[in-house]
Ligand binder design. Structure first.
Ligand code: SF4
Ligand code: SF4
Length: 300
């Protein structure tokens, strides 16, 4: 059977799934199309703990069906990310197939074929009224040169895309990140800084709302609830980034006809082995500071 026919067949199988209503206070929808990446940054947050072996990857048709079930909070974009999301073989098809009333953001390292990207992805489809760019490119000085990355971004800007660069303020790379920021600002590119989250020279960096959540010493039992929809490459719906990266059991799948979302607390016995992404103090999608993705209640 031709690949296209297989995709269509899968779409028909799952076409009549009911909507999944998003709670009104959800702040983020993350579709991790793949955890594979064409770079190997030493400080990659996906590898803060143990990165589980990749499981099955949803096809493009399955992603489209699953993501198009999400209902409510129309201003909340679906963020296609990874790993490097452009490595998904159906990356462009997923963007074309998502409901036109759903905003789309992309997190990428832009290590991709730009001719193909600009030919296949409509700039208007990845653009919205927001205080930051819809395509957020990460700059990693370990394996990139800012001059080359800026040239790619300028090309996308000239083609009408909403795009900016984010640099992680890793203590080792501080001077280079500041140089890159100045270079981009002079070039007319929106460059933003992201806190480094992780361990460097024995110290944990990043402001955590739950100080011992990432100690990785003792696991304890808590109740936890999130404001983020974390969807793994296999369509699994995870309580948090730590569960996804470490291969813990998902709470459901995006293709499960019976799945519904609630804001109920869920039991967790992995507190202490959280990922900084979930427990750090950060801005919400309106760029208001003071937000933390999860709320945790300690038992006893
Ligand atoms: S580009 Fe991003 S996802 Fe890829 S290795 Fe670097 S930090 Fe990790
Ligand atoms: S307590 Fe930590 S590991 Fe457990 S669900 Fe919450 S964020 Fe994830």
């Amino acid at each position: 059977m031709a690949e296209e026919a297989k995709l269509n067949f899968r779409a028909i199988e799952t076409a009549n799934l009911p909507d999944i209503a998003l709670p009104g206070d959800y702040n983020y929808i993350a579709a991790f199309l793949t955890l594979d990446c064409n770079l190997g940054c030493s400080y990659c947050i996906n590898r803060f703990g143990t990165l589980a072996s990749p499981g099955r990857m949803l096809s493009g048709a399955e992603w489209i069906t699953g993501l198009n079930r999400l209902a409510g909070t129309p201003d909340l974009p679906i963020t296609l990310q990874g790993g490097e999301p452009t490595l998904h073989p159906d990356f462009a098809a997923i963007i074309s197939g998502l409901r036109s009333d759903r905003h789309i953001d992309i997190l990428t390292n832009l290590e991709t074929d730009l001719d193909r990207f600009t030919a296949e992805i409509d700039p208007a489809r990845v653009k919205r009224d927001a205080p930051y760019a819809s395509i957020r490119v990460s700059y990693h000085p370990e394996s990139m040169r800012i001059e080359q990355l800026a040239a790619k971004v300028l090309r996308l800007l000239d083609s009408g895309y909403s795009v900016g660069i984010w640099g992680v303020m890793h203590p080792f790379w501080k001077e280079e990140i500041e140089r890159a920021r100045d270079y981009c600002i002079e070039s007319g590119i929106d460059f933003r800084l992201k806190d480094f989250l992780g361990h460097h020279e024995g110290a944990m960096h990043g402001v955590l709302s739950y100080a011992d959540a990432c100690d990785r010493l003792t696991a304890s039992e808590v109740s936890c609830r999130t404001t983020e929809l974390i969807i793994g490459p296999d369509g699994g719906l995870y309580r948090c980034h730590a569960d996804l990266y470490e291969g813990r059991e998902p709470v459901g799948t995006i293709l499960d006809p019976a799945f519904s979302l609630t804001r109920d607390f869920r039991p967790c016995s992995n507190y202490g082995f959280c990922n900084p992404c979930d427990v750090k103090l950060k801005t919400n999608r309106f760029q208001e500071f003071g937000h933390t993705s999860v709320e945790i209640i300690r038992n006893g």
